[in-house]
Every structure is written in C-alpha cells, then in structure tokens.
Design a binder for this molecule. Structure first.
Ligand code: HEM
Length: 179
C-alpha cells in the first residue's frame, strides 16, 4: 500500500481524535515513531497491521471504521487531487477514471503497484469493478463510491456488491449505476 494512504489513515485518526491517539495507533501496530513516506510502497502486511491497530484503538467495528475512514478520505482527496474531480462532470465520469488513476499516480511517483481495481463493464450509466486485494477493503471502496456521488450532488444511484472476497469469491464485484 502506498504511504499516501497510510498517512491518510493517520490523518483520519488525528482529525477524529488527536496526535496522542496517532502515537497510540503506531505503538499498537508495533510501528512507534514510524514516518510513512507518501510516495513509498509499504507491504500489505504493514498496512493491515496499521488498519487493525486503528480499529482497535478507536474501538469501532471494522465496517464502521472503514466507513468513517472513507467519509474522511473523500474530502482530503477532493482537496489534494482536485484536478481529477474538476475534470469530471459526473460521479460516473470520475469513477470510470479511478482504476487508471490508481495505476498512473503511483507510476508518476516512481512506485509500482498491483492492479487492484479493474473496470470490466463501462457503459453510459453503468460501471462494474472487479476488486481483488489482500486488504479486502470493499466496504471502503463502496463508501468512497457513495461519497463521490454525494460530492457531485447526484441522487438515484446504485452501488451493489454482487460477490465478495469475504465470502470466498476470488474478487469483489461492484455494480455501480447512475440515473
Ligand atoms: C480520485 C482520487 C483518488 C486517488 C488519487 C486515489 C489514490 C489511491 C492510492 C494511491 C491508493 C493506494 C494504492 C496501492 O498502494 O495499492 C488507493 C487505494 C485505494 N483506493 Fe483510491 N484514489 C482515489 C479515489 C478512489 C475512489 C473514488 C475509490 C472508490 C471507487 C477508491 C478506492 C480505493 C481502494 C478500495 C483502495 C485500497 C486498495 C487496496 O489496497 O486494497 N479510490 N487510492
């Protein structure tokens, strides 16, 4: 996982609580004093330990934790990567670009990442993602998608997970529809 996302998670902990809680999370993860560099790739294990520690220290359930993190993350992303949001007229326009953004952004920072989100259906009012990752962040993905629709003030959209890695599927399938 790129350090940018690790830092986003720690930013979320600080925004929700305080700097002391960030230290507690790092301590719980066995990563005391660690500085994540945004452009660097960290192992998925390191990310998972960091996320587990966050969930434990905040005392929330995993799905709620992912939901809260996604709600926080969209605001920061829209700020930091405003150009992606401004260059898209609709939620679906942006969501269509997401798999490519995920490959291009690490590449532009000199990092190589695995393709975790594939766009397998691309129609005017419908997209289908296949999401495959050891991090199993499909709740995070779905809430981010929901937040993108909110960002564009669009209603009447659909986000349906038709199969999930957590139920033993090879990948999560997310069907996204707009009006
Ligand atoms: C448009 C601004 C966005 C930027 C710049 C961005 C960037 C990134 C980056 C750099 C990563 C780390 C990838 C890795 O190291 O493997 C990531 C992870 C992720 N992003 Fe985004 N992202 C954006 C929007 C979105 C949206 C809208 C969604 C939902 C559809 C999304 C879903 C995810 C998921 C699920 C992960 C975690 C993947 C995993 O490790 O399993 N992102 N994003």
């Amino acid at each position: 996982m790129m350090g940018i996302v690790c830092n986003l998670l720690l930013g979320f902990v600080e925004a929700r609580s305080d700097k002391e809680t960030v230290k507690k999370v790092l301590n719980e993860a066995g990563l005391s004093g660690k500085d994540f560099r945004s452009e660097k790739i960290y192992t998925e294990e390191e990310w998972q330990v960091l996320l587990d520690a966050t969930i434990k220290v905040l005392g929330v359930d995993r799905d709620i934790g992912e939901r809260m993190f996604a709600e926080y993350a969209v605001g920061v992303m829209a700020d930091k990567f405003g150009a992606f949001f401004r260059s898209s007229d609709t939620a679906l326009d942006l969501l269509r670009k997401v798999p490519k953004i995920h490959l291009d952004l690490p590449g532009s920072m000199g990092a190589m990442t695995k393709e975790k989100i594939k766009l397998v259906v691309d129609e005017e009012n419908k997209l289908v993602y296949h999401y495959c990752s050891p991090n199993r962040l499909c709740t995070f993905l779905k809430v981010l998608t929901e937040q993108v629709f909110n960002y564009y003030n669009e209603i009447g959209y659909g986000i349906e997970e038709t199969q999930c890695m957590k139920d033993g599927a090879e990948y999560c399938e997310i069907v996204i529809t707009s009006k």
